[in-house]
Design a protein around this ligand. Structure first.
Ligand code: PGA
Length: 254
């Protein structure tokens, strides 16, 4: 049985003070018994990590980073290294989000370097993959996803794949209000599991958590999360509001 994971990706939102207010609200309203039933994670901007980790000291909420560079240190102005994350208490990182791929030119090659580097520092990556609207219209979505998986996980062995979560985020569904139907999402997750089974083995594929991301809201989360192959959600917009985030968390265990 794969435990569901509900993860909030804040993107470039929230100051330190807003982060404090978010967690004060969330921690007051969350029923602590929920934590044993579903995994919860929040990925704030780098500057907010310290305060988020402090706030979640006594509760099992994962705090992770939205990105990292693959080198340990050096002349890479503006970048954050896995060594820095690890020492700060960060054990999880999002890699290959489509906004990184589109706006900051993170190629499959760079993403592969980042996944390998995270793993070598014992940081668990959530690897994001997804097709464009045109690729889906042209019926290329399955091959695009297969190509991304093979490139992004190049040289990841069958031990290390166990520490990786995959997030399927169709680019056309991110921040657009358009959402993959539960059937389409489940079908793609099944496809991803099949590819992982081919590269590694069935046991690895069965244990892999595959999240769906793209316009997940309280009014559509349940219909996605109740599907067999959908093991959680990566949520942007709706994760910024504690009440909406909490509603989605609850819908994972209903
Ligand atoms: P969204 O973002 O929920 O705002 O569509 C999802 C994501 O980019 O992870």
């Amino acid at each position: 049985m794969r435990k569901k994971l509900i993860a909030g990706n804040w993107k470039m939102n929230k100051t330190v003070n807003e982060t404090i207010r978010f967690f004060d609200n969330l921690l007051t309203n969350i029923d602590h018994s929920i934590i044993s039933k579903v995994d919860i994670a929040v990925f704030p901007p780098f500057l907010d990590l310290y305060v988020a980790l402090e706030k979640c000291k006594k509760i099992d909420i994962i705090i992770g980073a939205q990105n990292m560079y693959y080198k340990d240190e050096g002349a890479y102005t503006g970048e954050i290294s896995p060594v820095m994350l690890k020492e700060s208490g960060v054990n999880n990182v999002i890699i290959g989000h489509s906004e990184r791929r589109c706006y900051f030119n993170d190629s499959d090659n760079v993403i592969n370097e980042k996944v390998l580097s995270a793993i070598s520092h014992n940081i668990n990556p959530i690897l994001c993959i997804g097709e464009t609207e045109k690729e889906r219209k042209d019926n290329k979505h399955f091959t695009v996803i297969e190509r991304q998986i093979k490139r992004d996980l190049f040289n990841i062995n069958s031990e290390n794949i166990r520490n990786i979560t995959i997030a399927y985020e169709p680019i056309w569904a991110i921040g657009t209000g358009k959402i993959a139907t539960p059937d389409d999402a489940d079908e793609m997750h099944k496809h991803i599991r099949h590819i992982i089974g081919e590269i590694y083995d069935n046991e690895v594929a069965e244990n892999l958590r595959i999240l769906y991301g793209g316009s997940v809201k309280p009014n559509n989360s349940k219909s996605l999360l109740e599907r067999n192959n959908i093991d959680g959600a990566l949520i942007g917009g709706a994760s910024l509001k504690p009440d909406l985030f909490l509603e989605i968390i609850k819908s994972a265990i209903e």
